[in-house]
Design a protein around this ligand. Structure first.
Ligand code: UD1
Ligand code: CA
Length: 466
């Protein structure tokens, strides 16, 4: 049975109090609507999904285009019924037997639930199946009127509820599976709501019932995955749940997480077996962590890759960078803009590495800035070393050959090359190339004046001659 999916995402989301379209707000490291698309993949490939855009359509489409979904524009936000009508041209021609309608603001929805919904609708003779649940506090949601046979006969929006209807706790999740033919045949019967003037998709329950069809409900006992995000309070709640789910997924796959309630791990992050994640870690974007790694407390890794056995010590920040196997980074280190740290290399406290490569076993253990540098294998970079990569206009490169020793507090003025196995004396300012196996010194020569203190004393404090 063919399934097409329409995802309604054109609303501004006034209750968010934001200039940004609601469905682009992020929870668990993805835009809300991206979670919905992710779940919907279980029932249809992305090219059978149409996302209805309106508010900030360009931004929403730009963000979602790489996922391979299609788009329909809703010029004016005239309600969920009108939004679905905007997909007619794209979807009605398709041979799809079923049309699943999802809202872009329900990010906790699971693939398993959508599969169940498809199967329930496919085996029933109903015109549609909609997912309901029971909430202690149903305010804000549409209430579902269910007849003795378990069919939905009407959905009443919160604002339109009579005091009695307000007490109904069975709510409409906004997730439906329609028989395509019947949906497209009767969709245009939706009339604008007398109060708001909007076309409510939820009216389809009453319309189909009046036409003699049945609308079934699929009731979920656990309402958590149906949370619709309308405010930032609900956004925070969704984020919390998504992060908890992600931590659980990693733990079940063999990752130790200490105090999992304190870590934030984005949806796309991967981590290998026997890796240990300490409290308050944030793993963001497309970060990939190998096996047997340790991520220290408070570390933040964004879109970075760590090979097996790498150790990141507490309070280190790594973005868009790569750390090879068994290298050690931190504490309090920073890697950014495609920094690449070779196997078993070490980057210590208060070292910043920007757009630089360090070879296997290289070390920079304390207080350094390494920018636009290519640093060979086994190089030792002393404390306080600075690559002066910027001349006020352009960035320049520093190259350090294998096995070189850079004395503490050296200033390497780029562009400059330091040959393999050479030594730079501590405190040097290096402006010219250094050949391999040489010693370079670039500092004032030390002067020692013996007995100087006694002479000073004699001049200043000695008995004065009359
Ligand atoms: C909707 C349902 C309500 C249900 C609740 C579940 C309707 C009329 N009401 O209410 O029964 O309990 O979801 O979360 O459907 N949208 C458009 N174009 C529009 C209007 C909305 O694309 O013109 C999109 C929004 O971007 C959003 C989704 O539809 O992703 C739902 O809209 P929203 O305004 O949040 O509906 P609710 O009032 O929450
Ligand atoms: Ca909503």
């Amino acid at each position: 049975m063919n399934v097409n999916v329409a995802i309604l995402a054109a609303g501004l989301g006034t209750r968010m109090r934001s200039r940004r379209a609601k469905v682009l707000h992020r929870a668990g490291g993805l835009a809300l609507v991206e979670h919905v698309i992710e779940a919907a993949r279980a029932v249809a490939p992305p090219d059978r999904m149409v996302v209805v855009t309106g508010h900030q359509a360009e931004q929403v489409e730009e963000q979602l285009a790489p996922l391979g979904v299609r788009f329909a524009r809703q010029q004016q936000q005239r309600g969920t019924g009108d939004a679905l009508a905007c997909c007619r041209d794209l979807l009605e021609r398709e041979a799809g037997d079923l049309l699943m309608v999802l809202y872009g603001d329900t990010p906790l929805l699971s693939a398993a639930t959508l599969l169940r919904l498809r199967d329930e609708q496919a085996k029933s003779d109903a015109a549609a199946t909609l997912i309901t649940t029971t909430l202690d506090d149903p305010s804000g949601y549409g209430r579902v009127l269910v007849d003795a046979g378990g069919n939905a006969t009407m959905i009443v929006e919160d604002k339109a509820c009579t005091p009695e209807q307000k007490r109904i706790r069975v709510i409409n999740s906004g997730i439906y599976c329609f028989r395509s033919d019947l949906l497209w045949r009767y969709l245009s019967e939706i009339q604008p709501n007398p109060v708001s003037g909007e076309f409510y998709l939820t009216d389809m329950a009453a319309i189909l019932t009046a036409r003699g069809y049945r609308v079934r409900i699929m009731h979920l006992d656990d309402p958590r995955e149906l949370l619709g995000i309308n405010t930032r309070v609900e956004l925070a709640e969704a984020d919390r749940i998504l992060r908890a789910r992600k931590a659980e997924e990693l733990m079940l796959s063999g990752v130790t997480i200490e105090r999992p309630e304190t870590v934030s791990i984005d949806a796309r992050v991967r981590a290998g077996m026997d890796t240990v994640i300490e409290p308050f870690v944030r793993l963001l974007g497309d970060t990939e962590i190998g096996e047997d790694c340790r991520i220290g407390a408070g570390a933040i890794l964004e879109s970075s890759r760590l090979a097996a056995g790498a150790v990141v010590k507490p309070y280190t920040i790594i973005s868009e960078s790569t750390v090879e196997s068994r290298a050690e980074i931190g504490p309090f280190a920073r890697l950014r803009m495609s920094a690449h740290v070779g196997p078993e290399a070490r980057i210590g406290n208060f070292v910043e590495v920007k757009k630089s490569r360090l070879g296997a076993g290289a070390k920079s253990q304390h207080l350094a800035y390494l920018g636009d540098a290519r640093i060979g294998k086994g190089v030792n970079v002393g404390a306080g070393t600075i690559t002066c990569n910027y001349d006020g206009e352009k960035k320049h490169e520093t190259e350090i050959g294998d096995g070189a020793f850079i004395g503490s507090n050296s200033t390497l003025v780029a562009p400059v090359k330091i040959g393999a196995a050479s030594y730079i004396g501590a405190g040097s300012v290096i402006t010219d190339a250094v050949p391999g196996e040489a010693l370079a010194l670039g500092r004032g020569r030390q002067v020692v004046k013996e007995g100087w203190v006694a002479k000073k004393r004699a001049r200043a404090g000695g008995p004065r001659s009359e």
